[in-house]
Design a protein around this ligand. Structure first.
Ligand SMILES: *[C@@H]1O[C@H](CO)[C@@H](O)[C@H](O)[C@H]1NC(C)=O
Ligand SMILES: *[C@@H]1O[C@H](CO)[C@@H](O)[C@H](O)[C@H]1NC(C)=O
Length: 131
């Protein structure tokens, strides 16, 4: 937990637009999140993810805050989408997260900790890890 927070702090200090890569060598995985449909793309953004670090939908991503309706996660990653900022959730039975593995997802029908739920327009932060 401490190391994730530390990484998070380091990451936000080094914040760069998600379209930039660091020398093009550190191939970091990315997810796609859209305010409209993903196909055809409507209001989509590519978000670079660093394992276990929290991404708030603020700053350049603020248009996605509470507005994500479709998302794509690459194979090999599992991403938790949180209703609250700072990747915090209310507990093991909370309905305030959606957990997405590789695939293309309609956020109105996704798995939460408590079962399937409508998570459209709910996401405020995202955290991804390798499977
Ligand atoms: C995310 O937002 C929360 C609440 O505004 C803030 O406490 C936290 O530091 C932010 N985290 C990042 C990684 O920006
Ligand atoms: C899901 O929630 C969104 C946002 O509240 C709402 O607009 C939409 O109608 C809901 N969809 C379903 C299938 O309930």
């Amino acid at each position: 937990m401490f190391s994730a927070k530390f990484l998070l702090a380091a990451l936000s200090l080094a914040a760069v637009p998600s379209s930039l890569t660091l020398g093009g060598e550190l191939a970091s995985p990315s997810i796609t999140a859209c305010t409209g449909t993903i196909n055809p793309p409507d209001g989509c953004a590519t978000i670079s993810v660093v394992s276990a670090s929290c991404i708030n939908l603020t700053g350049t991503l603020s248009s996605l805050n509470k507005a994500v309706s479709w998302a794509q996660v690459p194979d090999g990653l599992v991403c938790t989408f949180f209703q609250d900022r700072d990747c915090s959730n209310g507990g093991v039975n909370a309905h305030d997260v959606a957990v997405l593995e590789g695939g293309t997802w309609d956020m109105s029908d996704v798995e939460g900790i408590g079962g399937p739920q409508n998570f459209s327009d709910q996401t405020s932060s995202i955290s991804c890890s390798p499977l």
